[in-house]
Structure formats: C-alpha cells, structure tokens
Design a protein around this ligand. Structure first.
Ligand code: PLP
Length: 458
C-alpha cells in the first residue's frame, strides 16, 4: 500500500490540538502594514482615539505588530471546542472527477450554524466586549454570515447585537435575517433612515441597494452615539486576521501529521479574513525564509480590489467616518453591482494582505460569477457539500489549478479554504440554474471615476 492511500478523507485533530495561541503574521513582516489614520488629522490613530469605536483589548491586538503569539483566553478555547477543530478534507472524489494527478485538500469552516469561518472572530470580539462590561455591539453584514456569527456569539455571552444588513442581502436572504433575529439580534436594512449617514446616502443615491461600506458607516455611527456599545468588524482589520489564524494553524498541524507540504494555498478574498487566517502559518514560514509556498487570493471580477485596485490610503466605509487604511481599494465610493451574490462585495482589502501582495509574497486572480457557480455545482455533486458562493471562488481556482496539473502531469498538492455553506444562497443558485446569472465586470472608466475620489494622503 502506498503512503498516499493512508491519508484519510478527513484529517481531524483532537480537541487538545486546537491552537492555544493565535499567530500574528505581522510579527514576521519586514514591511509592517501601514497604520490606520485619523480621518480628521491624517495622523496614525492612537489607542485613545480608537477607544470610542472598538473594545480596548481588541485595539491592543489591532496595534500590536510585534507579538508573534497571543494567548487564546480559556473561555474562547472552550467555545471553539463546540465546533472546532474543523475538518481538513482530502478531496479524493473531486480529484477522481477531474482525473487529475493533483492532490486537493480543503479546510472546511462551514461546520457551525452560522455556516462559515466568521464565528472564529465573532466569539472573540463579543467576549472582549463582555469583559469590558459593555451592553452590546453593532456591526454590518453583507451576505449575512458575519451578522449570524455575531448574533450567535452575542446570544451565547448575553450581550445585545445590532446588525446593519446590506439592503440587497436583506431582501434576497430573508431566512438569513430570521436566523439572526432568532439569536436575538436586531437587523436593519442598510442604508436605513435611522442614522444621519444612512439618510445622507439614501438622498445621494436614491434606490441604492447598499454596500458593506454604507452599512459599516451606519454601525459605527450607532456604536459611537449609544452609551455602552462598541462597533465590531468581521473582516479587513488586523485583529480579525489574528483570530482567523486558527484556520491556518489547524490546517498546518493536520498536514504536518502526515508530512504533507502544500505547493499552493488558495483562498477567496472579500476583506481578507479567511485568506489571512488560512495562510498565516504558511506565510510565516515564507517570510522567515524557511519554506516557499505559492499563495493565491481569488476575488470576484465584479469587485476586483487586488487585481484592479490601487494601493492607497482610503476610507473603510462609504460615509467616510471610519479611520483610513492603506490597502488595495476600488475607492470607498465604489458600489459593486447588485447582481453579484455574496460577501466579496467590499471595496477594500486587509492592510496586512495588501502589504504582502504589494511586496510580492502572494498572487491574486479574479474570476467571473458564472464560472464560480459552475465550479460550485461540480464540487457539490462529488464532495457532498453545498458551498457558499464566496468559498466557490476558491473552488474555481483550485479546480483550474488541478486541471493544469492534468495537462502537465504534475502532482501538485493544493490546499484551499472552503469557508462556508451556501444554504441561504439559493436565490443565487436559482439564477444560475435558470441560466439568468450574468457576469458584471466594471469598466476602467467606472473605476477611474471612483479612484478620482480617493482621499489625498502624502
Ligand atoms: C462564507 C464566506 N466566505 C468568505 C467571505 C469573505 O470574507 P473574508 O474575505 O473576510 O474571509 C465571506 C464574507 O461574508 C463569507 O461569508
């Protein structure tokens, strides 16, 4: 029997093997991500300036570019045990269907009720809010996975949760909304008429279906104007990538058990949290010069922050109330086409990943929506999991990589992040099945118009 045949379909770790510390990739980066800037003064945001918006402990994590390992509080380790470690799956059936010599592995994060990796950070952020004695948290949600995860975490810890949900998702995904309400959260379609910024955006863009950038502005406004509340964010920020490092640490520990080294690590990229988490220990080795890996971000052609964006300081939100981050961005005014389903509709990208991409440590590609759903369907039919549209961007890239191996005969090992399940995305699947899905790709002129409004920062 070859060594190959001994690798099980699912490589599980024991409960004791769940990481006890998060890994902070910034500690190993020579060029650190640029600091967040105060939108008024354009100076780096200090701890005190961030305090009205974020919880204290999370600000410390946000600003910490040097501590490589940060302890995971015992209560969070215990919560993780309810749904972690998540399985690392060898996609034998997909390999067979593709008739490829490539070996494909995926880390499946859809094993909890929120249906995605977002719970890994939601529980942490809700935990620190509770520790600080706060009454509740506010947030935005696009596709709904993050809002669901935060609702679950807040319910578990007994704090209030107010979610601003991008209007197009609120309308397309009524059941996602009801899950959040079942967990006790209030859910408001964004832009709403409840906030100053929401009223302004509605007046300027009548009939807008919203964007994550708008919803962030509303959630921040409510947090800063309501006593005992702070804002929490499900992606983009350094702290979120830190929490999501459990994905990569577990994946690497499982692969190491069998002496497997991936040649290429692939993840979908919205704001960068799953990708940043999945790649973190691999990137750490790469940054320290210990190993080399190809690392590939996959984004939608409809919202191509890495592949067509500018590396510049920009607002994280449409209302321009949040700090500025240096990142690959399409401009905070960019509102992605409403026909694109899913949570990859954010104009910017994590400053950590942006810096790594800028410095040549990773690649990025963009893929079109119909080809993503073709890959999702192909995967679902052989691997038994109905993938989230976001995750299916990574599936598309992994399948393409495996098909290249078929042509060249190379036996590459591919690892990709399967970030969640798509049960609430059936409107998008229905469009695909009915042949009504289209691929919207922004024109250069549209992007240039948005770039022209980038803030001027020297
Ligand atoms: C299932 C799933 N995967 C991926 C993403 C993209 O987010 P991020 O780039 O932060 O991982 C989302 C965002 O909502 C999601 O719901």
């Amino acid at each position: 029997m070859s060594n190959e045949a001994k690798i099980p379909y699912k490589i599980y770790l024991s409960e004791d093997e769940i990481p006890k510390q998060w890994y902070n990739v910034r500690a190993d980066m020579k060029n650190k991500p640029a600091p967040l800037l105060n939108p008024g003064t354009l100076n780096p945001m200090s701890f005190d300036e961030l305090r009205p918006v974020f919880c204290d402990e999370l600000i410390k994590q946000e600003l910490d570019d040097t501590t490589a390992y940060i302890d995971i509080p015992q209560e969070i380790q215990d919560f993780y045990k309810m749904y972690r470690p998540s399985p690392l799956v060898r996609a034998y059936c997909l390999e067979k269907a593709l008739d490829t010599p490539a070996k494909i592995y995926y880390k499946f994060e859809g094993n909890n009720t929120s249906g995605s990796h977002k719970l890994n950070s939601a529980i942490v952020q809700a935990y620190y809010a509770k520790q600080q004695g706060l009454k509740g948290v506010t947030t935005e949600t696009g596709a709904g996975q993050w809002g669901t995860a935060l609702s679950m975490a807040s319910a578990y810890l007994g704090i209030d949760c107010k979610v601003y949900m991008v209007k197009v998702s609120y309308e397309q995904k009524p059941f996602r909304r009801e899950v959040m309400r079942t967990y006790g959260a209030s859910v408001t379609p964004s832009p709403s008429m409840d906030t100053e910024i929401g009223r302004k955006i509605n007046a300027e863009h009548p009939g807008t279906t919203g964007s994550l950038g708008c919803a962030i502005s509303e959630a921040v406004e409510v947090a800063t104007k309501t006593e005992g509340y702070r804002y929490v964010l499900g992606s983009v920020l350094n702290q979120v990538l830190l929490h999501q490092s459990v994905i990569g640490l577990e994946a690497k520990a499982a692969l190491d058990k069998y002496g497997i080294k991936p040649d290429v690590v692939i993840g979908c990229a919205g704001g960068g949290s799953n990708l940043g988490g999945l790649i973190s220990p691999f990137m750490g080795e790469k940054l320290r010069g210990e190993q080399d890996y190809r690392i590939v971000a996959v984004e939608p052609a409809s919202c191509p922050s890495f592949t067509r964006g500018k590396f510049a300081y920009d607002f994280c939100d449409t209302g321009m109330v949040c700090p500025l981050a240096k990142m690959y961005t399409l401009g905070s005014n960019f509102i992605p086409s409403a026909n694109h389903a899913g949570g990859l509709r954010y104009h910017g990208m994590s400053p950590v990943l942006s810096q790594l991409y800028h410095d040549g440590y990773m690649e990025a590609i963009s893929v079109e929506q119909t080809s993503v759903f073709e890959a999702a369907e192909q995967f679902a039919r052989v691997e038994g999991i109905l993938p989230a549209p976001e995750s299916s961007h990574a599936i598309r890239a992994a399948i393409d990589e495996a098909l290249k191996c078929k042509e060249t005969g190379e036996e590459k090992t591919i690892l990709f992040g399967l970030t969640g399940t798509g049960y609430f995305d059936m409107v998008a699947y229905q469009k695909f099945n009915d042949g009504e899905m289209s691929d919207y790709i922004p024109t250069d002129a549209e992007l240039e118009a948005s770039f022209a409004k980038l803030p001027k920062v020297d």
